[in-house]
Design a protein around this ligand. Sequence first.
Ligand SMILES: *Cc1c(COP(=O)(O)O)cnc(C)c1O
Length: 380
Amino acid sequence: MYNEVISFIRKTFNTPEEFIPLHAPYFGGNEKKYLADTIDSTFVSSVGAYVNRFEDMMAEITGAKYAIATTNGTTALHLALIVAGVKRDEEVITQPLTFVATANAISHAGGIPVFVDVDLDTMGLSPNALKTFLTENAEVRDGAAYNKQTGRRIAACVPMHTFGFPARIDELADICAQYHIALVEDAAESLGSYYKGKHTGTFGLLGTFSFNGNKTVTCGGGGAIVTNDEKLAALAKHLSTTAKIPHPYEFVHDAVGYNYRMPNLNAALACAQLEQLPVILSNKKELADIYSGYFENTAIKLVMPIQDGVANNWLHTVVLEDQQHRDAFLEQTNGSKVMTRPIWRLMNKLPMYEQCMTGDLKNAEWLEERVVNLPSSYRP
Ligand SMILES: *Cc1c(COP(=O)(O)O)cnc(C)c1O
């Protein structure tokens, strides 16, 4: 049934028989050179010139005033939630349709996730669903939002730009501001994605990125926090480096800190990858156009960014007619060594999060049954 799609993908990747991965890293620049630099200098660990350079590059690329390097995207989000003021047993609103790290980082910060529905077109948190949830369940007292059902403060909201497609982040920011809820964007998947000309991750108080091996660019493992708030930036950096008070030789720490700073070895790789970001993004855009031409005349719908949105094309995404078609598609493509993957199981269905409060999740449930990612790697 899907033989034609399979041969089209094989032709597009110029790979007649071999395995085609979902997303392979591409190293086409200074990666080896910079890595060798760190070894020659002996500065392979959490102090080094590449870490600072990586932070400068991230600030420049995103347009944020400050960037803080972290060990990965999960620790970036954990730390961002702490500096945004999330305290133990406070609630954090996020979407059920996300990678588990979003909900885990909320838990690591002591927060309790609350799941609110996504929009069908962006697959990201829905402003309408958020407004409905807050109207029904929240009240503002003394400049803070409280959940009337649980009595807990709603400390933060974490939308996620699914597969690099920008969510309606300006509307979400307005709603959060109205309710005095801190907006922290999980932009792990959306480096190079923009909404209304502004980089994703820069609409809220803080935004976070991931440089894991499967992302648009990778440094093996790594993350970043971006913010325009000088105090929060300083606090995030301080907490990420064991909260050590700078001193030539004394060890004095003034808070329970974390060992979350990106090692120079990884930062070297990250700098080389960020140098190539424009090349990688334009290569992936070409693939988006090829897929869009093909799927135009099929029953399979290719996901496109919404108006005013620019996607980084991290993962190309299709929506099948129903779960039966999705299952057949997954089975036939993977059976032919063309790697495809379904979207995540909803967070509220996982054992550790099934007790969490949710809004009406009909869009997330609809997408969960139908969404599949296609091979999306850089094509040399
Ligand atoms: C990849 C990812 C993360 C976590 O990043 P790591 O670097 O793997 O810790 C967080 N959130 C989302 C949505 C992601 O896709």
